[in-house]
Write a protein that binds this ligand. Structure first.
Ligand code: ATP
Ligand code: MG
Length: 551
């Protein structure tokens, strides 16, 4: 029996709407404000909006919600498009809320003509005070009774730049006694003498979110306008504007935003991290941004899969970042090329291997691939680099790696036996001397010897030197945003830079778009921003196992 995956609540709504003939096809939109880079929370919204349209043969618009000229920028517009395309989604149209400024102005005039909007000269404080409280109704300001003619004239003067910022606003005349504070004569337009990234200096009045969003949805004939739960209380207003203007009835549906532990996800906070140089830009590999995750080595498939697994709910919760890591590990395990890299090297000399003599061994590129992904050459010789941590002078119980007198297998190579070692004055191990068993070559082993441990290595004569960057969570606390100052809980050890790692020579041809499993060390990729020819820098995407200690 094939088990069908149950539908999420939005899919249920869409299926019902298609079945009942309410819509012949659906039309969604993704509406980012271009005031920062997209983060993993946006990825959830992207997967949802584009995913619904893909699944039900509908369309999705990309709409930049650019109604606030002060914080918006074309750099963000470009990065948003790049990130959505990288995630693997295609928009049917790209629009800007600012494309609709003329139309929105006409809508506002229409509401004034209907006696449903008025110009208010009160200050922000006066308006707030007159709004009342959820249990006490608001009181009208002296300007609420202005005539339609007066309102038309004043609104036009606002548009023509006759007033300073904050001097006047346009408010909808809804219901000052509504239990929903958003219905108590919300502001539709404010004065802002600011340059807009697209409309330049044409406008000095800008519509508020509530007056721009629903009307933009309606202009584009969006059928299902999906947003996060905090907008649920705005829905009556969304519907009110559409009803009063008698325009295409788009509908708003809300779902719970994605919250992830050990990070922050508001663009305002992420911008602070960038501006105050806690991180190396929006695409720092520790950032929860799409561009950061990409630079870290996350794949689009792993992020889409993550969004699928967390699903769509109506209730807020916090998702463990371990799930995101699980998803990328699962994907990379199938695709990453296996390579050897020694991050903390110590010299190992095989004393019974001839000097200045080398042989070529082989290692499989990917044991998960049907044909093992083919093989790469692994030069082997008398002097190797191995990890310091793979040797213990006085081995603990159940130690299956190198120790005086102990035997291990070198991955894809021979069994070796540790004969002696050298130390410097401070007690650091400087060189390990071993003998190898010539009959024990991997794949051709006739030695009859069984060893329990296998360690990785690189040939000292062939190794390439590289910088390797290991990342830990950017914050020490699960919910840094709940702190008074979220920056106080930044993890000082979130970036560890290793300058003297040794990599096997096949990594000299490492490709920017490829992921590599450094055997026993995790999944890595070339840093696209900082690597230079002959000077590779590798980022660790994720460890092989979940080894996060909650202390
Ligand atoms: P932030 O609070 O991070 O600044 P925002 O909501 O202001 O985010 P927008 O650019 O307005 O950012 O968001 C575009 C779309 O992405 C909106 O529909 C919004 O609801 C959705 N979105 C934003 N953050 C999340 C999140 N954490 N989880 C799911 N969807 C989100
Ligand atoms: Mg927003």
């Amino acid at each position: 029996m094939i088990e069908e995956k149950s539908l999420n609540f939005l899919e249920e709504i869409v299926e019902e709407d298609l079945k009942s003939g309410k819509y012949a096809s659906i039309h969604t939109r993704f509406p980012p404000e271009p005031n920062g880079y997209l983060h993993i929370g946006h990825a959830k919204s992207i997967c949802l909006n584009f995913g619904l349209a893909d699944k039900y043969g509908g369309k999705t618009n990309l709409r930049f919600d650019d109604t606030n000229p002060v914080t918006e920028d074309t750099e963000y517009v470009d990065s948003i498009q790049e990130d959505i395309a990288w995630l693997g989604f295609h928009w049917d149209n790209v629009f800007y809320a600012s494309d609709y400024f003329d139309q929105l102005y006409q809508f506002a005039v229409e509401l004034i003509r209907k006696g449903l909007a008025y110009v208010d000269d009160s200050t922000a404080e006066e308006i707030a005070a007159s709004k009342g409280t959820p249990t006490i109704p608001g009181t009208p300001t002296p300007y609420r009774s202005r005539t339609i003619e007066e309102n038309l004239k004043l609104f036009e003067e606002m548009k023509n730049g006759m007033y300073k910022d904050g001097e006047k606003v346009l408010r909808a005349k809804v219901d000052l006694a509504s239990p929903n504070m958003h219905m108590r004569d919300p502001i539709m337009y404010r004065i802002k003498h600011a340059h807009h990234h697209r409309t330049g200096d044409k406008w000095c009045i800008y519509p508020m979110y509530d007056f721009a969003h629903g009307q933009s949805d309606s202009i584009e004939k969006i059928t299902h306008s999906i947003c996060t739960l905090e907008f649920e209380v705005h829905r009556p207003l969304y519907d009110w504007f559409i009803a009063q203007l008698n325009i295409y009835p788009s509908h708003q549906y809300e779902f719970a935003r994605l919250n992830l532990n050990y990070t922050v996800m508001s663009k305002r906070k992420l911008l602070q991290l960038v501006n105050e140089k806690y991180v190396d830009g929006w695409d720092d590999p520790r950032m929860p941004t799409i561009s950061g995750l990409r630079r870290r080595g996350y794949t689009p498939a792993s992020i889409r899969n993550f969004a699928e697994r967390i699903g769509v709910q109506r209730r807020e919760n916090i998702i463990d970042v371990g799930l995101l890591e699980f998803c990328v590990r699962e994907d990379l395990n199938k695709t990453a090329l296996r390579r050897m890299a020694v991050l903390d090297p110590v010299k190992l000399v095989i004393t019974n291997y001839p000097e200045n003599s080398f042989e070529e061994l082989e290692g499989e590129n990917n044991p998960e691939a049907p044909d093992h992904g083919g093989f790469r050459k692994l030069p082997f010789g008398r002097e190797l680099w191995i990890e310091k941590e793979d040797f213990m002078e006085i081995p603990m119980k159940k130690w299956f790696r190198l120790a005086p007198g102990a035997m291990v297998r070198l991955k894809n190579a021979y069994i070796i036996k540790c004969e002696q070692f050298e130390k410097d004055a401070d007690g650091n191990i400087t060189e390990i001397h071993c003998t190898y068993i010539p009959e024990s070559r991997s794949g051709h082993d006739t030695s009859g010897i069984n060893v329990k441990g296998t360690i990785h290595w690189v040939s000292a004569a062939h190794a390439i030197k590289a910088e390797v960057r290991l990342y830990d969570r950017l914050f020490k606390l699960e919910n840094p945003a709940a702190e008074e100052d979220f920056k106080q809980s930044i993890n000082p050890g979130s970036l560890q830079i290793i300058t003297g790692a040794y990599l096997e020579p096949a990594l000299a041809e490492a490709n920017q778009d490829e992921s590599y499993q450094f055997i026993r060390k995790g999944y890595f990729c070339l840093d696209k921003k900082l690597s230079q020819p002959g000077k590779p820098i590798f980022n660790r995407t994720v460890t092989l196992k979940d080894n996060w200690k909650k202390d």
